[in-house]
Design a protein around this ligand. Structure first.
Ligand code: ADP
Ligand code: MG
Length: 288
């Protein structure tokens, strides 16, 4: 005979690509109040494409792209991958004398011909660069060379094909609050909120601000049920740990995120959370 655990429980979940690190986490899926998603790589593919390069001042578009690709040569952020792919040529990284990842903001490198900054508005502001304020549905990556503004690159990412159905199913399952946190800009964040029919969105967050936001959500909702966080990035580890149930994307996700999580979705599909919730409900029926 086939044991019941074949259909339910942790074994059943793992057959569907959902690794649950303890039966208490499966049980906790029966009582969710709020689900908080990270954006990039969780609700979106995390694979960007360069759409447009806008050069400013003395710089031409080819130069802007080359500076950006050079600065991004040591980064494995999805933004960096898209810029290097758009550039297409080999980058001589021996010109880089110094490189620095500025968390939630971008990249700084120093080359023989000067300092290059690549990142968002926060980076330009922190470095005192007078940049162009842009409103676009895309993610905006600004470039400055030796403190001079060189222009910006518009990049975009696609929403995963099961994200909208996942949000809908969570609400049908009676979950009160479906939230998204992102470091990305306001316009992009609101566009995703509307496309997915999310209840709440918080944007332009630095990693420590994501932690503070989750703390706040936990304080407000704790007695009403569990808080689930679903994320994939290196910076997501502290939030994954803090959530009642931390869910990591196992495919594209970072090792740190997988380590810090309670549940791992091997296929990177947010809809696996719905399957996990169904398995949890079914398992409870068998147990009781
Ligand atoms: P999220 O996963 O929510 O987008 P991140 O912390 O990975 O958050 O990034 C936040 C923001 O910081 C990005 O949207 C981007 O504007 C900027 N950023 C981070 N890393 C880079 C990078 N390597 N190059 C350019 N911009 C970056
Ligand atoms: Mg991320």
């Amino acid at each position: 005979s086939i044991p019941l655990s074949f259909f339910g429980g942790i074994g059943g979940a793992s057959k569907k690509g959902i690794l649950v690190k303890g039966s208490n986490y499966l049980e906790a899926l029966n009582n969710i109040h709020t689900v908080v998603f990270d954006k990039t790589g969780t609700l979106t593919e995390g694979v960007f494409k360069v759409n447009e390069i806008i050069n400013e001042g003395e710089f031409d578009a080819e130069a802007v792209l080359k500076y950006a690709a050079t600065a991004e040569s040591f980064s494995d952020h999805p933004i960096a991958l898209s810029i290097r792919e758009a550039y297409g040529k080999d980058i001589d990284s021996s010109v880089i004398k110094y490189h620095e990842d500025i968390t939630g903001k971008g990249i700084r490198v120093k080359t023989e011909s000067g300092e290059i900054l690549v990142g968002n508005e926060k980076l330009m502001e922190a470095e005192g660069v007078s940049y162009r304020k842009v409103e676009a549905n895309d993610t905006i990556v600004h470039i400055a060379v030796e403190g001079k503004y060189a222009g910006y690159i518009l990049i975009s990412d696609k929403i995963k094909k099961d994200s909208a159905d996942t949000v809908k199913a969570l609400k049908e399952a009676g979950i009160k609050n479906v939230v998204m946190l992102t470091g990305d800009n306001k316009t992009t964040a609101i566009k995703v909120k509307e496309e997915l029919n999310l209840d709440e969105v918080h944007y332009e967050l630095l990693p420590h601000e994501k932690v503070e936001m989750l703390e706040k959500i936990k304080r407000e909702k704790k007695e009403k049920g569990n808080i689930v966080f679903v994320g994939d990035g290196i910076n997501d580890a502290p939030v994954l740990t803090m959530a009642d149930i931390g869910v990591a994307m196992g495919g594209l996700g970072s090792d740190a995120a997988i380590e810090a999580s309670d549940i791992v979705i091997m296929t990177d599909e947010p809809s696996k959370l719905i399957e996990g919730i169904k398995i949890a409900a079914f398992t409870r029926k068998i147990v009781w």
